[in-house]
Write a protein that binds this ligand. Structure first.
Ligand code: ZN
Length: 127
């Protein structure tokens, strides 16, 4: 099994964290149940954690963007623009981050439980 930085890099580019192959999503919001190449389970047990990761990441990015705009434009921040942009970004950001958070949580799960990898018993991963 690849080391942890490789696992997370693969997840960030939406590839299977275990084998690095693509094709793990049917569409932007639809992850396949298993990796088509290695058979790693992608769907089981990661819904709550992945959604939590998605919402936290979206909120942090949104707050960072708002604070950046306010600080850079101080003493006259564009409040009218922020009143429209902030709620819009609050909806759009989790949708954009959705597949990344799903795949990152699969990577987190794989890093924490390497014994769940498809051929862990064959190669003695985790020992
Ligand atoms: Zn795979």
């Amino acid at each position: 099994m690849a080391n942890r930085p490789i696992i997370f890099l693969r997840a960030i580019v939406l590839r299977c964290p275990y084998c690095g192959s693509g094709g793990t999503f049917r569409h932007w919001f639809g992850m396949k149940a298993r990796c088509p190449s290695c058979g790693l389970s992608l769907a089981t047990g990661n819904r709550v954690g992945a959604n939590l990761l998605n919402l936290v990441a979206a909120e942090v990015l949104l707050m960072a963007a708002i604070v950046t705009v306010v600080v850079r434009r101080w003493p006259n921040p564009p409040w009218d623009t922020l009143q429209i942009a902030a709620p819009l970004l609050m909806v759009v950001t989790p949708l954009v981050l959705y597949p990344f958070s799903k795949m990152l949580f699969v990577a987190i799960d794989l890093a924490m439980h390497p014994e769940a990898a498809p051929d862990a018993n064959v190669h003695g991963v985790g020992s």
